[in-house]
Design a protein around this ligand. Structure first.
Ligand SMILES: C[S@@+](CC[C@H](N)C(=O)[O-])C[C@H]1O[C@@H](n2cnc3c(N)ncnc32)[C@H](O)[C@@H]1O
Length: 228
């Protein structure tokens, strides 16, 4: 499939798939969307829920992709002074020549000279890596339908391609896996606000809330796992 690195409305890059007319992030701003959906409504919410008594948060990302979500989470872990154990699942890793074209370090002006963003991509798959005292990463190369973790994560970043192009990833069978993977009171956030997605989440046991969406989207979803 053809792939093109493009610039989104906030100046940050993403990867465009012309055959699907789909992007790895919103055309209205890749970095803006990532911060809005995953950091503000995901990580910050989880941080507030867990309180400062146990500032250790485990995160599962559905679609490691460009590594943008992982990298801004690493940056935020340092700011919040918390420890994050991050697992990114991805079946089709982004090739290094594309990673090198992504402008996130320049736009955020946040890389510490150690090229951490690129390092995340160079790390071996299926191994646990301590990146800093605040952040560890395990990249798992597999399909989402193979995820069978139980009671493991506080937070899920659900960042699959849209239901228009990959409807099979927004089904009850996938959300059941997400439900089991979360700990009690765990939270899943996603940019999607589709009614069929919300109903699939509710049918597997989630309590679902609509939240204001990032630029270009009216709403997004936040699904919480009740105490069993
Ligand atoms: C919207 S992009 C993820 C963007 C990513 N979170 C980021 O920050 O760049 C969706 C990702 O899911 C991956 N993917 C698509 N189908 C998959 C599947 N069935 N199992 C695992 N990964 C899949 C794609 O290769 C792509 O990297």
């Amino acid at each position: 499939m053809e792939r093109q690195v493009i610039i989104t409305a906030d100046g940050s890059s993403t990867i465009h798939l012309p055959d699907w007319n789909e992007q790895y992030h919103s055309k209205h701003g890749a970095i803006q969307e990532a911060y809005h959906v995953f950091i503000h409504h995901g990580l910050h919410r989880c941080y507030r829920l867990r309180g400062t008594h146990d500032p250790k948060i485990s995160i599962l990302e559905i679609g490691f992709g460009t590594g943008l979500n992982a990298w801004i989470t690493l940056l935020e872990a340092k700011t919040l002074n918390i420890t994050i154990d991050y697992v990114g699942v991805e079946a089709y890793p982004v090739p290094m020549e594309e990673v090198l074209q992504l402008n996130y370090p320049e736009i955020l002006n946040a890389d510490d000279g150690a090229n951490t963003f690129k390092t995340l991509h160079r790390l071996s798959w299926e191994a646990h890596h301590d990146i800093s005292s605040h952040f560890s990463l395990t990249k798992q190369k597999k399909f989402f339908k193979e995820i069978d973790d139980e009671n493991t994560y506080h937070l899920i970043y659900f960042d699959a391609f849209g239901a228009r192009v990959q409807p099979e990833l927004w089904t009850e069978s996938i959300f059941k896996r997400m439900f089991h993977a979360l700990k009690d009171q765990g939270v899943l956030v996603t940019y999607s606000a589709k009614g069929s997605v919300r109903r699939a989440m509710q049918n597997v046991g989630f309590t679902v809330e609509k939240l204001p969406g990032p630029p270009g989207k009216r709403e997004m979803l936040c699904a919480s796992k009740p105490i069993s």
